[in-house]
Design a binder for this molecule. Sequence first.
Ligand SMILES: NC(=O)c1ccc[n+]([C@@H]2O[C@H](COP(=O)([O-])OP(=O)(O)OC[C@H]3O[C@@H](n4cnc5c(N)ncnc54)[C@H](OP(=O)(O)O)[C@@H]3O)[C@@H](O)[C@H]2O)c1
Length: 315
Amino acid sequence: MKSNQARLNTGSVVPLLGLGTFSISYDFHQTNLAIKMALKMGYRHFDTAKIYGSESILGQALMEAINDGMVNRDELFVTSKLWSSDHHDPVAALQQSLRKMGMEYLDLYMVHWPVRFKSCAEYPVPNEEDFEELDMKSTWVNMEKCLELGLCKAIGVSNFSTKKLQNLLDFASIPPSVNQIEMHPMWKQNKLRKFCMEHNIHISAYMPLGGPGNIWGSTSVIQDPIIQSIAQKYQVTSAQVALRWGMQKGASVIVKSFNENRMKENFGALEIKLDDHDMINIEKMVERKIMRGDHLVNKTTSPYKTVEDLWDNEI
Ligand SMILES: NC(=O)c1ccc[n+]([C@@H]2O[C@H](COP(=O)([O-])OP(=O)(O)OC[C@H]3O[C@@H](n4cnc5c(N)ncnc54)[C@H](OP(=O)(O)O)[C@@H]3O)[C@@H](O)[C@H]2O)c1
C-alpha cells in the first residue's frame, strides 16, 4: 500500500485524496473537463451520490477516460450513496445509479443518512409527511445483497454517530467499511474516530475545508489564525494544511473543486507533512459543526425531534 492510500476492512485500498462532486448546478461540459483534469493531475478517488445529480456526469467522464486509455477502471475508487427515499430497495437504487454512470460496479456504496423517506418523497428536501421509521436492519440486509451481487466492492454509511454504528454492528453480517462524515480542523470527531479505529471502519471526511465557497459552508476553517500560521510556516496554503490534517488523522478527504488551480493546490496537500507541534496546535481550535442536518429534524414525523437526537448528542 502507498503512503497516499488507506486499507479498508475488505482488503482493498482507498486513495486518501478524493474529489467531491456536489454542486448547486452543473455545466455538463465544464464538469466533464474538470473530472478529466483531475484524472490528469492524479486524482483517483471520486465521490458522488444520487441526490447530487452528478452521477451521470461523473460516470460519463470516467468511462470516456477509461475508453481513451487514460486510466484503468481498477485504478479508480468510485463511490455513490443510497438516498433516503430508496431504503425500501437499495439493490434497485444501486442498479439505477450504475446505469446512470455507465459502470458495472462501484468501489463503495453508502447509506447517505440514517433517515428514511417514503419512496414518493419530495426531492431533495422532504415534506413533513415524507418521513418513515428507519428500519436499518432491512436496509442493511439489502446493502449486503448489493455486495453479494457484485454491484459494489464495499458498503458503508454516512452521517452515523457512534451509537448508530454500534447498533448497526450489533446485527450486521458484514460490517460497514466506511463512515463518511463531516470532519475538518473545527469538527475533529475525536470520539467517532476512536470508535471507528477500534472497529476497523475507515473514515472519509467530507467538507474537509469547511465548504468555504458554498452557501451552506464557512470560511472559518481556512481563515483560522492557527491554520494560517501553519500554512505560513511551510509556505503552503490554509486549504493544504486543513486537508493534510485530515489525512494525518487517517481519513480520506473528499474535497470539491472544479477549478484547475484549486484542484492542483488541493492535490498538493499530499506532498506536505505537519509535525506534532502543528497537530497539537490544531487540537486547540474551537469545535463547530457546520452541516447540522436541521432539515431532517421535526417535532412530528421525523424519528429525530431535535438536532441532538439526530447525532445522538455527539454535536
Ligand atoms: N456524505 C454527506 O452527507 C456529504 C455532505 C457534504 C459533502 N459531501 C461530499 O464532500 C464533498 C466536499 O464537500 P463540500 O463541497 O461541502 O466542502 P469542501 O470540499 O470543504 O469545500 C468546497 C468549496 O470550497 C471551494 N474550494 C475548494 N478548494 C479550495 C481551496 N483550495 N481554497 C479555497 N476554496 C476552495 C470550492 O469552490 P470551487 O469549486 O470554486 O473551487 C467549493 O465551493 C462534496 O462535493 C461531496 O462529494 C458529502
